[in-house]
Write a protein that binds this ligand. Sequence first.
Ligand code: FAD
Length: 309
Amino acid sequence: MLGSVLLSASRSPRLRQAVTSVPATRTLVERFVAGEQRADAVRTASALVARGLRVTVDHLGEDTTDLATAAAVRTAYLDALASFADAGIAKDVEVSVKLSAVGQALAKDGEAVSLDNARAICEAAEAVGTTVTFDMEDHTTVDRTLAVVHALRADFGWVGCVLQTMLRRTEADCRDLSGVGSRVRLVKGAYKEPESVAFQAKADVDRSYVRCLETLMAGQGYPMVASHDPRLVAIAATLAERHGRGRDDYEFQMLYGVRPDEQRRLADDGYRVRVYLPYGTDWYGYFMRRLAERPANVAFLLRALASRG
Ligand SMILES: Cc1cc2nc3c(=O)[nH]c(=O)nc-3n(C[C@H](O)[C@H](O)[C@H](O)COP(=O)(O)OP(=O)(O)OC[C@H]3O[C@@H](n4cnc5c(N)ncnc54)[C@H](O)[C@@H]3O)c2cc1C
């Protein structure tokens, strides 16, 4: 219930203003976000790589409504990729991109603009020897996002995408995307979705996760198991072994600031672990989704809001 209120709040401009103007919120935001500048992302990513982790960097922002902002986001990614190369970490640091940030949501030519910007980011990633994974947003965007991924994979076979197990369609999408070279990041899903398209009970989302994992692990692609759920992490390792996968044939992924000890434990045990690391000024939507996943985090935020004086 609280989670669902927070997800609605994540799209409210009035609440955005209230939450982002409170200085004390920053301390909580810093737990989940590297910082506002590219240099913050490079510094934090370098530290994670030095600890044996891989990284996927997200330039924060979504639901872009004008061409200039979409172009600025694309430039931000090109600059970030160049900085990772300069810092000597590009091999271990890829980028995650939301298509709505690079123009998918534009009223005019959204599809073409986002594909064009996404292609430029893929070219830059390939030039420095890394990859791109496209995030998945709410269910209304799934077909359009998969169409872009499909188009890009014709030129960049390594392009990855996210599938959300809360959506009823995802088992079928996993079957379609389990072929050679396919990189799929499997998540539970962070958006508020109607019952017509999504499982509502946590147990159903978890069961769907296991069925999807089965398909991906049995397939010929590269599964990216993105969850902090200890039960699902253990099931993924067992399924991988059962399907004859070595520890280089799949990876675990977790969010920056969530279960960092577990991230290190898995890496120390010889598993591939990638940390999703966001940076930038537009952190409100991302931050509210993190609060919604763990309402215990909200107590800190409420205390911060109450003390704004
Ligand atoms: C690498 C990565 C990329 C993602 N990309 C997308 C995407 O493109 N689209 C999308 O819809 N969703 C995305 N997500 C979010 C995902 O859908 C879930 O909302 C999120 O991962 C929480 O689900 P969980 O599998 O960790 O399980 P849960 O059952 O939610 O959590 C399991 C345990 O993990 C811990 N935990 C989980 N979340 C938090 C938190 N915010 N703060 C503190 N502790 C926490 C708690 O201990 C909790 O008990 C991504 C997640 C990851 C890890």
